[in-house]
Ligand binder design. Structure first.
Ligand code: SAH
Length: 359
């Protein structure tokens, strides 16, 4: 597992606008996958595979794992908690979106969302950290206390929770946290997702452009995992105002890394651009964006702002005009459907209800 320095935490002290998370606990005692390995260490290797395959296919207990001998199932039951996360609350939105608030064993809140689309697609939105150390001004997660990085088990257990309800086929790392600050756990979880129904091509990791992680993601990851960049502004001054992390990793460097991703993978990078009335939504800014982004490398997702108190969302008309400019410039652009807004499960709204457990 990467230490604080490797994930870029150590340098956060140099930038006062990013909360210092250097002292946050990066590891926890209870790591279910490891505990499982340990408990099965005296058993033939295929046992591990059997237990994992049951879990990945949505088993709800060890008791269901009928090809595992009963005494071993009993030992597992006793020694290895079935999930590293406890479910604290579940909320169902009118559009079928299901949001779950989990707690880690040491009391940190974690939220994840299942999005159900009419075409049958089932996308899980996963958190990589409890809270987030970055302080993007429009995002609710950035306003809550940062807890810690999640372990691979804690990330995977979010997906498995939904897999126990129904089959899943897409995953986005767009929940709480910055995945590139916890890359090892994110990749360890992603590598197991195919067994639960989600292939790398249907897995998307979203980043603010945290370069230490992004560079490693580009250089080291062999699977065709998709990349999304949270951009939100066409130039540095505004982007730094909206996202303080931009002072540390400016646009030009981040865009250059994304171009390297496209060159190596042959896949476009998705750009997320949340539409804030009177802030980043003028036709001039659309022109600027079209100039900044090479249409061969990027595809833009315009995201209606989900209220978090700080800004007003752009009107439909403003979004349409913005998109019109991008269309004319032949920069591929879509307006994202908003899901789960009535239960605060939409982008940037996670965690508004989750308070860190003081105990
Ligand atoms: N930290 C990573 C992963 C989280 S993704 C990242 O920022 O990319 C969450 C996405 O939702 C990001 O694109 C974020 O910018 C967007 N978002 C945050 N707050 C939002 C809001 N209030 N309305 C709409 N989108 C929002």
């Amino acid at each position: 597992m990467a230490g604080p320095a490797a994930s870029g935490f150590a340098r956060s002290r140099a930038c006062p606008k990013i909360r210092n998370v250097h002292h946050a606990k990066a590891t926890v005692g209870q790591v279910n996958l490891e505990l499982l390995e340990e408990t099965l260490s005296g058993e033939p290797a295929y046992r591990r595979r059997q237990v994992w395959e049951w879990a990945a296919r949505g088993a709800t207990s060890y008791g269901e794992m009928t090809n595992v001998p009963a005494p071993l199932r009993a030992t597992l039951e006793e020694r290895v908690p079935f999930s590293s996360l406890a479910v604290e609350a579940e909320q169902l939105a009118r559009d079928g979106t299901l949001k779950v608030l989990f707690r880690t064993h040491d009391g940190h809140p974690v939220e994840a969302v299942l999005m159900r689309y009419r075409d049958g697609r089932r996308t899980v939105c996963l958190s990589s950290q409890s809270g987030c150390p970055l302080t993007c001004t429009f995002c609710a997660t950035g306003q809550m206390t940062f807890g810690r990085n999640l372990t691979a088990s804690e990330i995977l257990d979010q997906a498995l929770h939904f897999r126990r309800i129904e089959p899943i086929d897409h995953a986005v790392f767009m929940g709480m946290g910055e995945p590139m600050m916890n890359l090892d756990s994110v990749l360890a979880a992603a590598s197991r997702l195919p067994d639960a129904g989600v292939t790398p091509r249907r897995t998307t990791v979203s980043t603010v452009g945290w370069l230490p992680g992004l560079t490693r993601f580009i250089d080291e990851v062999e699977q065709p995992i998709r990349l999304a960049l949270s951009l939100h502004a066409p130039a540095d001054a505004l982007r730094s105002r909206l996202m303080p992390v931009n002072d540390r990793y400016p646009l030009e460097d981040v865009i250059a890394e994304c171009a390297r991703y496209v060159a190596l993978r042959g896949q476009r990078v998705y750009v997320e651009y949340v539409m804030l009335a009177g802030v980043n939504d003028s036709p001039d800014q659309a022109h600027e964006l079209a100039k900044l982004l090479d249409a061969k490398l990027f595809k833009v997702n315009l995201i209606p702002y989900n209220p978090t108190g700080m800004y007003d969302g752009s009107s439909r008309d403003a979004i349409a005009k913005f998109k019109f400019v991008l269309d004319r410039a032949r920069l591929p652009a879509t307006v994202r459907l908003t899901r789960g807004r009535d239960i605060a499960a939409a982008c940037g709204q996670l965690a508004t209800t989750a308070k860190a457990d003081e105990a």
